[in-house]
Design a protein around this ligand. Structure first.
Ligand code: NAG
Ligand code: NAG
Ligand code: NAG
Length: 404
C-alpha cells in the first residue's frame, strides 16, 4: 500500500511577490488610530517578550542575549500554556543512546563557551524594530501560508497536499552556507511539518534562515516558526511571541553557524523536530549527528489543533523570497546544485521522518513528490540516489535573480 501513503513532498519553491505590500496601509483617519493601536500592542508585546534578565551576554555578532528564568520565559504568557508543566527533556530523543562526545561549538557560533546560568535560558533580545519587521514579514508569509501552500504565482510551484498518513517529525542534515542578500529578502533551508485545512493550517517550520529583517544580517542562523491558523492570529518566528519553550542553556533561535568554504570544506548540521511519544510536545534538537543532537526546546502540544497529534505532511527544501523587489535572492549556497562536489553545492542528506514510536524512517523515493522551481536557471534540485529506499540526499539551490 506504499503508493497510497504518498505524502512526502520534496519541496522546492520560489515565490516572489511584487504586488503585496509588506507595509501597513496608511489610509486616512482610521489608519492613524490603527497605527497607534499597533504601537501600543507592540509595546505590550515587548514587555512580555523582554523579561528581566538574570544575566546579559553580549556576543560578537552584536546580538544581545538575555538569560531569563526558565519558568518566566515568554511562552508562559500564552494563555494556552497557563497550566503547562515545563518539561526538561523529551520522553526520549531518537538516537540518544550514545554519549554526547562531539562538541557542537565547532559549528555553532553564539554563546559558545559562555552558557546561561543554571535555571535560566538564553533568549535573543527583541527590539521594537524587530517586532515591527517580524509583523510585516509574517503578513507576507501568511498570504502564502494561508493557502496551505504557495499560491499560483507565475514564479511559484503549486504543492499538492495529500492527506492520510501520520508523521511525527522530520529530520535531515543540512549544509551550512553564507549568502549575501538584500534587506527585504529572505532565504531558507528548512523542513515543514503541516496539518489541517487551508484556513487553519497548523505548521512548524525549522531550519536555517538568512533574513536581515529578522536578524539584522544575512548570515546563516537557526530559526523555527509555528502557527495554528495560517499565521492569522497565532504563531510567529523564533521567540517573537509566547509559544516555544526554551530549555537549552547555550543554543537558541538566531544562533549563527559556521559556513562551508566553497570548494574547500563542507559543514553540515543535523536538525530534527519530533513529537515526544508520551508528552506529545514537538521538540527541536540539533547536533553534529543524530546521535549527539541536543534538545533546544519545544512547542507544547497545547498550541496546536490539527498538529496536536501528528503532521499529515512533511516537506524538505528551500524557500527564497523578496518582499518588495522583483528579483529574488539566492538559495542554498547561491549556486545551482550538482552531485559531484559537495563542497560546491547546498544539500540535505539522511532526510527522514519520524513514526509514532519516535523512530527515524527513511523516505521512500517512490512516494515523494518533487516540486521544482519553474525557473531552473534560478533554482534547481537534484536527488543523489533517485531509486530505492535509501537515505535520501538532495542537492538544491541557485542564484535567484529575475525569475519568471
Ligand atoms: C558513555 O560513557 C560512559 C563513560 O565514559 C561509558 O561507561 C558508557 O558505556 C558510554 N555509553 C555508551 C552508550 O557508549
Ligand atoms: C489564496 O490563493 C488565491 C489564488 O490562488 C488568492 O486569490 C487568495 O488571495 C489566496 N489567499 C490568501 C489568504 O491570500
Ligand atoms: C517505527 O519504526 C520502527 C523502526 O523502523 C519500527 O520498529 C516500529 O514498529 C515503527 N512503529 C510504528 C508505530 O510504525
Amino acid at each position: 500500500m506504499k503508493n497510497s501513503q504518498n505524502s512526502f513532498i520534496l519541496y522546492f519553491i520560489l515565490v516572489s511577490f511584487t504586488v503585496i505590500s509588506a507595509r501597513y496601509y496608511v489610509d486616512g483617519k482610521r489608519s492613524i488610530s490603527k497605527s497607534e493601536e499597533d504601537d501600543i500592542e507592540i509595546e505590550r508585546q515587548l514587555r512580555v517578550l523582554n523579561k528581566k534578565p538574570v544575566k546579559i551576554i553580549m556576543i560578537k555578532s552584536g546580538d544581545i542575549i538575555d538569560c531569563i528564568d526558565i519558568y518566566k520565559q515568554p511562552a508562559f504568557d500564552n494563555p494556552l500554556l497557563k497550566k503547562h508543566k515545563i518539561r526538561i527533556s523529551p520522553d526520549s530523543i531518537p538516537g540518544e543512546l550514545t554519549n554526547k562526545t562531539i562538541s557542537l561549538s565547532s559549528l555553532i557560533g553564539g554563546l559558545q563557551k559562555e552558557r546561561c546560568p543554571s535555571g535560566t535560558v538564553p533568549i535573543r533580545r527583541t527590539t521594537k524594530q524587530d517586532l515591527v519587521n517580524a509583523k510585516n514579514f509574517i503578513k507576507k508569509t501568511r498570504i502564502i501560508q494561508a493557502n496551505n501552500t504557495y499560491p499560483n504565482a507565475p514564479t511559484a510551484n503549486q504543492v499538492k497536499i495529500i492527506e492520510g498518513k501520520q508523521y511525527f517529525g522530520g529530520t535531515a542534515h543540512m549544509s551550512l552556507h553564507d549568502l549575501t542578500i538584500y534587506r527585504d529578502e529572505f532565504s531558507t533551508s528548512q523542513i515543514w511539518l503541516l496539518n489541517g485545512p487551508q484556513e487553519q493550517i497548523n505548521n512548524i517550520e525549522f531550519g536555517i534562515m538568512h533574513d536581515p529583517l529578522l536578524f539584522g544580517d544575512s548570515r546563516a542562523r537557526l530559526f523555527g516558526s509555528w502557527t495554528a491558523d495560517g499565521h492569522q492570529t497565532t504563531g510567529c518566528y523564533n521567540m517573537m511571541c509566547p509559544g516555544f519553550v526554551q530549555i537549552n542553556r547555550g543554543i537558541m533561535f538566531g544562533n549563527l553557524f559556521q559556513s562551508t568554504i566553497y570548494g574547500k570544506v563542507s559543514y553540515d548540521i543535523h536538525l530534527m523536530v519530533h513529537r515526544a511519544p508520551i508528552s506529545k510536545d514537538w521538540w527541536l534538537s540539533i547536533g553534529l549527528t543524530a546521535e549527539t543532537s541536543e534538545p533546544i526546546g519545544y512547542w507544547p502540544k497545547e498550541l496546536f489543533t490539527h498538529l496536536a497529534n501528528s503532521a499529515s505532511n512533511v516537506r524538505y527544501g528551500g524557500f527564497a523570497s523578496a518582499l518588495t523587489r522583483s528579483s529574488t535572492p539566492p538559495m542554498g549556497n547561491g549556486y545551482l546544485p550538482q552531485l559531484t562536489d559537495f563542497t560546491k553545492t547546498a544539500f540535505m542528506f539522511k532526510m527522514k521522518y519520524l513514526n509514532e514510536t519516535g523512530h527515524m524512517v527513511n523516505l521512500d523515493r517512490r512516494s515523494m513528490q518533487i516540486h521544482r522551481s519553474t525557473s531552473p536557471e534560478c533554482y534547481d534540485l537534484m536527488l543523489a540516489n533517485p531509486l530505492g529506499d535509501f537515505d535520501i540526499t538532495m542537492a538544491y539551490g541557485g542564484p535567484g535573480g529575475v525569475c519568471t
